[in-house]
Every structure is written in structure tokens, then in C-alpha cells.
Ligand binder design. Structure first.
Ligand SMILES: [Zn+2]
Length: 230
């Protein structure tokens, strides 16, 4: 007879969580490898594009925009549907100031890796509709949350003609020890055509941003965004 006591049940649920975590992490590695879907990871021009994920954020998006304005840098924002719903005026400001926007799923939850069909389409397309309503254009740029890709996401992306944008330079700015001191390391790795992954929900990222922009410029590179061609 198979019988599980309370402690075993706890151990089993921890084990399933660990398996789930490894599974989702390995799926997220695949966006770089273009395993399931073709994502753009570099620009066509020699510029460097800064991308900010997970906004809009009520306090940190305005600070990010102020810095970009002051430095004269155009960037790209991958926005979460539920945040767009809460702060549409911040999306309006992002667009008004000449930055590009893309969708980054509605809920931004790990469970996206397990959604299929209509539920997955809704998760991907709701932010695109929200953005299109704000910009008055057909918004198709998309970045999967956590970089998760699988066959279902690839199918939904293709069916809805989304243009997936990845990255070539990861900053690890969500790590607890990220600080302005880490900027030199990122600047050293930066190359023309790089797409840089940043998160404007992180205060440490916003604080490090002026030094990052200055450092990349000191290496002789300039900033730009995707063009219609790219
Ligand atoms: Zn994200």
C-alpha cells in the first residue's frame, strides 16, 4: 500500500518545486539559443540599445525617463500588462519621449511556461492590445518573461505575428548585490549592436544608469533603438 505522511508530503512538494524551477530555468536559457523561436538579439546598426523590463513602475519609471532625457538616450521598454493597466500615463510618457515599447506578458508569472491555447494567447496579446490602444499603432514587439520559450509560446508568437526581442548583454541587475560598482564590468563587455537587458523596477539599476550610459559612450559607442528594418 502506498501511503504518504505529512513530512513526506512536504518533501515531495519541495522536490516538485525544485524540478519545476530547473525546468523553467532551462527553458529560459533557450531564448538565447533560438531553440523554439527566432528572437532578435542584436541591432543591425552599430548602436547599443538599452532595454528596460517589468515596468511601468510608479517611482522608478519616471526616474529612468528623466535620466534618459538628460543624457539624450532613446531606449526600449518591455512592459507588463497588469502594470500598464495601473499606470497608463507612464506608458504615454515613455512613448511621448520617443522610446519604443513592447509587451512582456500580462501577469509575468512563471506559470506562462505551462499555459497553452487561448489562455496563453490572452497572456501574450493583452499587453499588445493595451500598448496599441495607447500608441495608436499596431504594437508587435514582445519579450517573453524570464526569457521562457517553448513550443506553445513559439506557436502563439507566430500565430499573432509577434516580433520577439531577446538580448545580447545581460547585466544581472536583479541580483541583490548589483550596484554602480558593477557598471565597469558591463561597460567592458559592451560591443556595438548589443541589446542590453536591464530592469527599471530595480532602484540599484536606476542609480547605476548614468554611469552605464557615460561608460558606454566613453568607449566610443552611441545609443539607438530598433529601426523599422531591424
Ligand atoms: Zn521580466
Amino acid at each position: 500500500m502506498f501511503w504518504v505522511d505529512a513530512d513526506d508530503a512536504f518533501a515531495y512538494s519541495m522536490l516538485s518545486l525544485a524540478v519545476l524551477f530547473v525546468l523553467v530555468m532551462s527553458m529560459s536559457l533557450m531564448i538565447r539559443a533560438n531553440f523554439f523561436l527566432t528572437a532578435r538579439h542584436r541591432l543591425d546598426s552599430d548602436h547599443v540599445m538599452l532595454t528596460f523590463d517589468d515596468g511601468p513602475h510608479p517611482a522608478l519609471t519616471p526616474r529612468t525617463l528623466d535620466i534618459l532625457e538628460e543624457k539624450g538616450v532613446k531606449a526600449m521598454f518591455f512592459l507588463i500588462g497588469k502594470n500598464i493597466e495601473q499606470y497608463p500615463e507612464l506608458v504615454e510618457r515613455i512613448v511621448r519621449e520617443g522610446h519604443l515599447v513592447g509587451g512582456h506578458s500580462y501577469h509575468h508569472e512563471w506559470s506562462i511556461g505551462f499555459k497553452t491555447g487561448r489562455q496563453l494567447t490572452q497572456e501574450l496579446m493583452q499587453p499588445q492590445r493595451q500598448l496599441s490602444e495607447i500608441t495608436g499603432q499596431d504594437e508587435r514587439y514582445f519579450r517573453p518573461p524570464f526569457g521562457v520559450t517553448n513550443a506553445h509560446i513559439a506557436y502563439a508568437v507566430q500565430q499573432n505575428k509577434l516580433k520577439t526581442i531577446g538580448w545580447s548583454l545581460r547585466t544581472y541587475d536583479t541580483a541583490a548585490d548589483f550596484s554602480t560598482e558593477k557598471v565597469a564590468r558591463i561597460v567592458k563587455r559592451a560591443k556595438p549592436r548589443d541589446i542590453v537587458l536591464l530592469h527599471e523596477r530595480m532602484e540599484s539599476t536606476v542609480e547605476a544608469l548614468p554611469a552605464l550610459i557615460d561608460g558606454i559612450r566613453q568607449k566610443g559607442m552611441e545609443f539607438g533603438v530598433l529601426t523599422a528594418k531591424s
